[in-house]
Design a protein around this ligand. Structure first.
Ligand code: FE
Length: 158
């Protein structure tokens, strides 16, 4: 029996039956929150992309772990392609540009992101960020809009 003050565990189907769980992040880009950890400032989500091209250039102040579930993607700055079944470690300090190639109709990758993503524009100027709190806010607004209620996101928050 677990003590009442422990943090509740989580065991969920990662790819949901209900498509409303996918939160729009950009045109044809969605994330499905799994864990929004406000205590350690990190989150775990699935990223789904159904368009080809450049998605974002960003820098990581803290580590990221990725596991490709479907399709493939790559970083302009590296010569490898992340394909289905591959694990990717993105070290702190790394700046890279996420690209999905034309022959990939859909990619889904699980990302465990510590800290934040800092976005950079074409001139390499910082132009925004995401952290667990901006993710929670995106979820809150989306779930309210699609009728699940803005409290729906609470189940993912620890
Ligand atoms: Fe990254």
């Amino acid at each position: 029996m677990s003590a009442s003050w422990t943090i509740p565990e989580m065991a969920v189907q990662a790819i949901p039956d209900d498509d409303r769980l996918w939160v729009p992040q950009a045109p044809q880009v969605w994330f499905r929150p799994l864990l929004l950890n406000t205590v350690q400032g990190e989150w775990v989500n699935l990223l789904k992309v159904t368009r080809a091209g450049m998605l974002s250039r960003h820098r990581h102040p803290a580590p990221v772990h990725g596991f490709v579930l479907k399709g493939s993607w790559r970083y302009l700055e590296h010569d490898w392609v992340a394909t289905e079944g591959m694990y990717v470690f993105e070290p702190p300090g790394e700046i890279h540009t996420l690209v999905v190639d034309d022959d990939v109709p859909e990619m889904i990758t699980l990302f465990h992101v510590c800290g934040a993503l800092v976005y950079f524009d074409e001139q390499m100027r910082p132009c925004g960020h995401d952290d667990v709190h901006t993710k929670i806010e995106l979820c809150r607004r989306h779930y309210a809009r699609v009728g699940l209620g803005d409290d729906f996101v609470r189940q993912f928050i620890r």
